[in-house]
Ligand binder design. Structure first.
Ligand SMILES: [Cu+2]
Length: 157
């Protein structure tokens, strides 16, 4: 009984910690994970992260249970070749947004523990500079042929 109570207490403290701080002013939109080809060791997660607060915020860490390693990445053009590079943080200006998309910033999921299927949901935890964090559920989506095309149906307009 005592053990159960102390577990509950620490769970409450954890959730209180996760809710306080930078995470409060952040909203995450359209998170998704790109379905990796079979046997691919890594894939990326993408989303739009908006900062509705009055202070600049930085994401310093991402984590997820589906891959052994999670890194913050960007793409850089080096001599005409696009290369992925880890970045120490992803800044989001007050009132601004960071767009994580293919060919740009992304959350890199390296060393996948198990093959993913379309429709799987991967909880991704973003940790901010002040230690607060936010979890987003990213659905696994099959990539479309044209990377800029969004799967939108305009036929009903
Ligand atoms: Cu990457």
């Amino acid at each position: 009984m005592m053990k159960k109570l102390s577990l509950l207490a620490s769970a409450l403290m954890l959730s209180a910690g996760a809710l306080a701080g930078s995470a409060d002013q952040i909203t995450v939109h359209e998170p998704y994970v790109r379905l990796a080809p079979p046997n691919a060791p890594a894939t990326g997660a993408f989303m739009v992260i908006r900062n509705g607060g009055n202070a600049d915020v930085k994401i310093v860490k991402a984590a997820n249970p589906a891959s052994k390693v999670t890194e913050l990445h960007t793409h850089l053009n080096e001599g005409g070749v696009m290369k992925m590079r880890p970045v120490p943080d992803i800044p989001i200006k007050a009132g601004g947004e960071a767009v994580l998309k293919p060919g740009s910033l992304h959350v890199m999921m390296i060393d996948l523990k198990a093959p993913m299927k379309e429709g799987d949901v991967v909880p991704i935890t973003l940790t901010f500079e002040d230690g607060s964090s936010k979890q987003v559920d990213a659905k696994v989506v099959r990539p479309v042929a044209a990377p800029m095309a969004m799967p939108m149906d305009h036929s009903k307009h």
